[in-house]
Design a protein around this ligand. Structure first.
Ligand code: TMP
Length: 203
């Protein structure tokens, strides 16, 4: 049985967006109804919030957190919860784990605040399964920066920031081994797809 609410997480440039769309195609071909979405950006406010987050100058860490959470609250209410209620499988590109990895481990905001804020933003909704794509941090980051012509505000954070984020994700995977499956993202696209199918028992 395929989990209903699946999130893809990971550091920059691991190919999770490509993998998410590949997975959606495979699931649709098997007759599932699938909603694909992403954070930040999935709510009706999302495109504006995403632009502010990725391209504003000098955002305070707390401002960044509030913007992400405003988008998440609307996204859960407008998109994710209704799709799940309608029987869809929801594939979401980033969700609450990113906030712990980036805003706590990366930015240093307090974990307890982020946990409470996540709970408020999601009204308690948690992913059934999380596919965590982790690869060589420096190589993946430079791939992401090249693909985006220099990168956005978060891509341009130093390597030490991105290593802290990766460590944050690894800690989460250790804490929630039943939910979070770590996928080695260093291989080619097809190999990573195979790992994902294996994690979801898609044969
Ligand atoms: P993306 O490039 O994977 O679409 O993600 C956009 C950026 O937003 C990425 O650098 C990670 C960041 N982000 C956070 O910092 N915290 C969050 O909670 C989310 C959802 C994304």
């Amino acid at each position: 049985m395929i989990p209903r609410f699946i999130t893809l997480e990971g550091t920059e440039g691991t190919g999770k967006t490509t993998q998410l769309h590949r997975l959606a195609e495979v699931l649709r071909a098997r007759g599932h109804r699938v909603t694909t979405t992403r954070e930040p950006g999935g709510s009706t406010l999302g495109p504006d919030i995403r632009r502010w987050l990725l391209h504003s100058q000098d955002l305070e860490a707390a401002t960044e957190l509030f913007l992400l959470l405003a988008d998440r609250r609307q996204h859960v209410a407008e998109v994710i919860a209704p799709a799940l209620a309608a029987g869809h499988i929801v594939l979401c590109d980033r969700f609450t784990d990113s906030t712990i990895a980036y805003q706590h481990h990366g930015r240093g905001l307090p974990l307890a605040v982020i946990r409470d804020a996540n709970a408020l933003a999601t009204a308690g909704l948690q992913p059934d399964r999380t596919l965590l794509l982790l690869g060589d941090v420096a190589r993946c980051l430079s791939r992401a920066q090249q693909a985006k012509g220099g990168g956005d505000r978060l891509d341009r954070e130093g390597l030490a920031f991105h290593h802290r984020v990766a460590q944050g994700f690894r800690d989460l995977a250790r804490q929630f081994p039943d939910r979070i499956h770590t996928i080695d993202a260093n291989g080619d696209l097809d190999t990573v797809t195979q790992h994902i199918h294996h994690a979801l028992a898609i044969v």
